[in-house]
Design a protein. Structure first.
Length: 233
């Protein structure tokens, strides 16, 4: 009986340590997301890590509790099933934070961090403290330090441009001359013409390897004849 009591105390201590470690890891990553104003922040990441850890602990307890059942029993236990469902279920949360705004997609990093903290919770839930700690450190390195490389990296910057103007011949050619003069590459173009209201709409997606050019580009195009309205993002 004393042995059972000692084992119970040990298990409770280990479970508590696992939950605390998972909460800390998820909270650290969530804090970084919270600082950047992301929809899934400190509380969400902490809860995901805690929930994953708790599910792994419960899965292990089920397996230990019913380990006396033999292979011929009606009840079949597989601890890996819970882990597989965690990986599948976290996809719903990840999809909820991904937003598409024009040609830009936001929330991918936050979705990936949610997936990561789910993995951290599973690691701590199975008692892999060293592995979870290293994974937490690497995750924070990727989120905090690698972000500082953004101003240095040479990457495409996309601008979506919409021009509303009165109908005029060769307006599209004049706009494209301005784009080429600024060394902008046209990724996509759409044009609609309304001859009843004498109006035309031009939509461009352009890109370059330098800085964003929306404001200066819009100012240049506004000087063209018949242009009424410009919007960009």
């Amino acid at each position: 009986m004393a042995f059972v009591d000692q084992l119970t105390i040990y298990l409770d201590t280990m479970v508590l340590a696992k939950l605390l470690a998972a909460a800390l890891a998820g909270g650290l990553i969530g804090l970084e997301r919270e600082r950047h104003g992301r929809p899934a922040g400190l509380r969400t990441h902490m809860l995901v890590a805690l929930a994953s850890c708790l599910m792994m602990v419960v899965s292990e307890v089920f397996y230990i509790k019913y380990s006396a059942l033999d292979a011929d029993s009606v009840v079949r236990l597989d601890p890996a099933r819970v882990a597989a469902q965690i990986v599948t279920g976290i996809g719903f949360l990840g999809a909820g934070v991904i937003l598409k705004e024009g040609v830009n997609v936001r929330g991918l990093t936050t979705a990936a961090s949610l997936w990561m903290v789910a993995g951290l919770g599973m690691a701590f839930g199975t008692g892999m403290f060293a592995t979870g700690a290293v994974a937490t450190a690497l995750s924070l390195f990727g989120l905090v330090w690698l972000k500082r490389l953004d101003p240095v990296l040479r990457k495409d910057r996309y601008t979506s441009l919409k021009i509303t103007a009165g109908y005029r011949d060769h307006l599209a050619e004049d706009v494209e001359k301005i784009l080429k003069a600024r060394k902008l590459r046209i990724v996509d173009v759409r044009m609609s013409v309304d001859r009843v209201d004498e109006e035309m709409v031009l939509e461009y997606v352009v890109t370059n390897h330098r800085q964003r050019v929306g404001r200066d580009l819009a100012a240049s195009i506004m000087h063209l004849d018949a242009v009424r309205r410009i919007s960009y993002r």
